[in-house]
Ligand binder design. Structure first.
Ligand code: PLP
Length: 382
């Protein structure tokens, strides 16, 4: 099976598996325990937290110390941010039209409880349009949340520009950087955001852990209660082992990024070119190609083909890919991201997502291109 569904999750890197195994063997105990074994676990957890923060450009000095709250993954971190960030009680919340369901559906919950939710649109290339933001921020606003790069198209969003507006208006900005970390350089401080979500299973780290990074000035209201861990902002006994796996994964991802980024982009472009040549350029559209994209994501439309039928045919042919975000796959709902881009119905219903990793090879890509062409031709003849 050739796996090109790395935006859903990635395989654990060997070095991460090794780090996890050593961590479990080390026998860490509860980092909140007062005895020496507990203190040892606490020190190791704090080390992992500091390494991760340093690698993503968080600041830890005598004067200011950004915080990293461990969660169970990106979904929990996004929910924590949406429900718990910002001082302006009763203020509106602004998101974009292409947020992951863990933001979009959390916003639906807020809406159902009376919060005004405003949505920044995207253009046909999937780039968030923020021209109205400054005017919208004239009204009391608790939080703005915009993703760094889209999980379906890979399109990178104008976060610096959005952050500047939010900072002028003194409204906190949360950035879902789940798909961007390890693919493009990310520096939390330089970004000027109040909070950022990370999820290591997207860069060959363990599933079951994620993080919400917080600027040192930011207050987070908890969504869970019953413990003083993590400043009571996210209570519950921390997993030192998963934190160690997270730390190793981000070290490797950031170390590999300069070369891996170029390599993945080369392979992604090779795949798109091969498909365009094999099927004819008029039979394939690359969604979001007019935007700046993450190097490893390709959202391809085969107008006239049913996306579910294609993904199933590819699965039978030994290619694992998806119709969009993993949470929505299996359902017949069209992609909210592609709909927000205002694409033709034939494009939306014929689009699949292929996402590479630093372990994808040229041979994989040539094989994937051939199998996609075969499946598309077969489905067309039907
Ligand atoms: C952009 C984005 N945000 C959040 C998430 C949720 O992360 P997790 O799977 O760690 O809960 C995903 C997962 O697909 C994602 O792509």
């Amino acid at each position: 099976m050739i796996y090109v569904d790395n935006n859903a999750t990635t395989r654990l890197a060997d070095e991460v598996a090794q780090a996890l195994s050593e961590a479990y063997e080390a026998g860490y105990l509860n980092p909140s325990s007062q005895h020496q074994a507990g203190q040892k676990a606490r020190r190791r957890l704090d080390d992992a937290r500091e390494t991760i923060l340093n690698l993503i450009g968080g600041e830890i000095t005598r004067f200011a110390s950004d915080r990293l709250i461990f969660t169970s993954g990106g979904t929990e971190a996004n929910n924590l941010a949406l429900f718990g960030l910002g001082k302006e009680t009763g203020g509106q919340v602004i998101i974009s039209a292409i947020e992951h369901p863990s933001i979009a559906e959390a916003a639906d919950q807020l809406r159902s409880k009376g919060t005004t939710i405003r949505t920044l649109p995207v253009n046909s290339e999937g780039v968030v349009q923020y021209q109205s933001l400054e005017e919208w921020l004239g009204e009391p606003t608790r939080l703005v949340s915009v993703m760094m790069a889209n999980n379906e198209t890979g399109v990178i969003q104008p976060i610096s520009e959005i952050a500047q507006i939010c900072s002028r208006k003194e409204v906190p900005l949360h950035v879902d950087a789940v798909q961007a970390i390890g693919k493009i350089p990310v520096n939390f401080r330089a970004l000027g955001a109040a909070a950022m979500t990370i999820s290591p299973h997207k860069f060959h780290g363990p599933r079951g852990i994620g993080a919400l990074v917080l600027d040192d000035q930011v207050k987070l209201n908890p969504s869970m209660f019953g413990g003083s861990q993590q400043l009571a902002m996210r209570p519950g006994t921390e997993s030192v082992e998963l934190a160690i796996g997270f730390e190793r994964a981000i070290q490797l991802a950031i170390q590999a990024m300069p070369e891996a980024g170029i390599q993945m982009q080369k392979l992604r472009d090779r795949l798109e070119t091969a498909l365009s040549e094999q099927l004819g350029p008029e039979r394939i559209t690359i969604n979001g190609a007019g935007g700046v994209r993450l190097p490893h994501t390709s959202n391809l439309a085969f107008p006239g083909i049913d996306r579910q039928a294609l993904v199933m045919a590819l699965d039978m042919a030994g290619v694992a890919c998806s119709t969009g975000s993993a949470c929505a796959s299996g359902s017949s709902e069209p992609s909210p991201t592609l709909l927000a881009m205002g694409l033709d119905e034939a494009v939306v219903s014929g689009s699949i997502r292929l996402s590479l990793s630093r372990f994808t090879s040229e041979a994989d890509i040539d094989e994937v291109a051939g199998r996609i062409s075969n499946c598309v031709n077969r489905l067309r003849r039907r």
